[in-house]
Write a protein that binds this ligand. Structure first.
Ligand code: SF4
Length: 317
């Protein structure tokens, strides 16, 4: 992969800033101590940015007729329009420099989903809201990988998110130079096995998209391609699909491995498929064989190193 500085947006309280209503923070150790070694964070506290003090009374989303306010429990101090305006400004002016965004869950400003919307009397709520700031960032940057701190505790979602931010960064680097079908095809070739592990049909469809294109609007083609790629990668790869991908990779070595080595690799893949060992076990074996028996095409595959190994993301899946 290319040398890269990855910039991520983050809710400031997750970065440890004491910006919450009660002067506290919600520092995420994973974001700051682990992922933070590899990325630069741009911190945003939308509530403070729109002028709310620290400390401040709590605010929440309240449905009033057809509109939703973001206000104090007594209905006063609606900052909804200001949060929307601020979110839109960041989304339009700064988000294009980012390769991902980590939002603080449950916040009426920063939460990505399932935010409580109270009725006017405050006697009940539904959980169908989206934080006003997060909503703008996501709506104006549909390709941007976004995740919430709580969901990042799930190892599959964590691995998937980090893989997507690195993929998106690779894409941003690619599109710094003029796009051609050839460059897109080369990019796509590197993603073959990663896509196979997530959605093989998408690999074939995107390959067809590039292979059959005979127009000259390469920007439009690139837009269509990256939308397909990011959508396909959003769903974490299943054990079954990863196992099938590993079996395909094993095929490259069938003529060069001894009987014992082949069995060892097959057993490792089976044990992974059955949930006995994590992905890094069979993958480490494949990588070892690749080192001993180099293969130019395989060495280009992002599947082997979609992000820094030190993050140990394949230990937990
Ligand atoms: S959740 Fe968002 S608005 Fe609330 S304190 Fe954290 S950064 Fe600020």
């Amino acid at each position: 992969m290319q040398e890269q500085v990855i910039k991520l947006g983050i809710s400031a309280c997750l970065a440890g800033e004491k910006v919450r209503f009660d002067t506290g923070h919600k520092r995420s150790n994973f974001c700051m101590d682990e992922l933070g070694k590899y990325v630069e964070y741009q911190r945003f506290c939308p509530e403070v940015a729109v002028g709310l003090p620290i400390p401040r009374p709590t605010i929440r989303q309240v449905r009033v007729g057809d509109t939703i306010k973001v206000c104090r429990p007594d209905g006063t101090g609606d900052v909804g329009p200001k949060l929307t305006e601020y979110g839109k400004k960041i989304a339009m002016e700064q988000a294009s420099t980012l390769s991902g965004f980590i939002f603080c869950a449950k916040s009426p400003s920063c939460g990505m989903e399932r935010i409580k919307i109270y009725n006017e009397a405050g006697t009940g709520n539904t959980s169908e809201g989206v934080g006003f700031f997060a909503e703008q960032i996501m709506a104006h940057n549909p390709l941007l990988p976004c995740e919430e701190n709580g969901r990042l505790n799930d190892m599959h979602l964590r691995e998937n998110f980090v893989m997507r931010i690195y993929t998106f960064k690779n894409w941003q680097l690619l599109t710094e130079q003029p796009i051609t079908v050839h460059r897109l095809t080369q990019f796509h070739a590197k993603y073959k096995y990663l896509l196979m592990a997530h959605n093989y049909q998408a690999y074939k469809d995107l390959g067809n998209l590039l292979g059959t294109y005979d127009g000259d609007d390469y920007e439009a083609l690139a837009d269509k391609y990256i939308l397909g790629l990011m959508t396909a990668l959003k769903k974490p790869a299943s054990r079954k699909n990863n196992s099938n991908t590993l079996m395909h990779l094993q095929g490259y070595f069938k003529k060069v491995l001894s009987k014992v080595e082949k069995k060892e690799l097959r057993d490792a893949i089976d044990e992974y498929r059955e949930g006995i060992v994590p992905l890094y076990v069979p993958l480490t074996l494949v990588k070892h064989h690749l080192k001993v028996h180099p293969n130019e095409y395989l060495e280009l595959q992002v599947y082997f190193n979609p992000y820094p190994n030190d993050l140990k993301l394949r230990f937990g899946i």
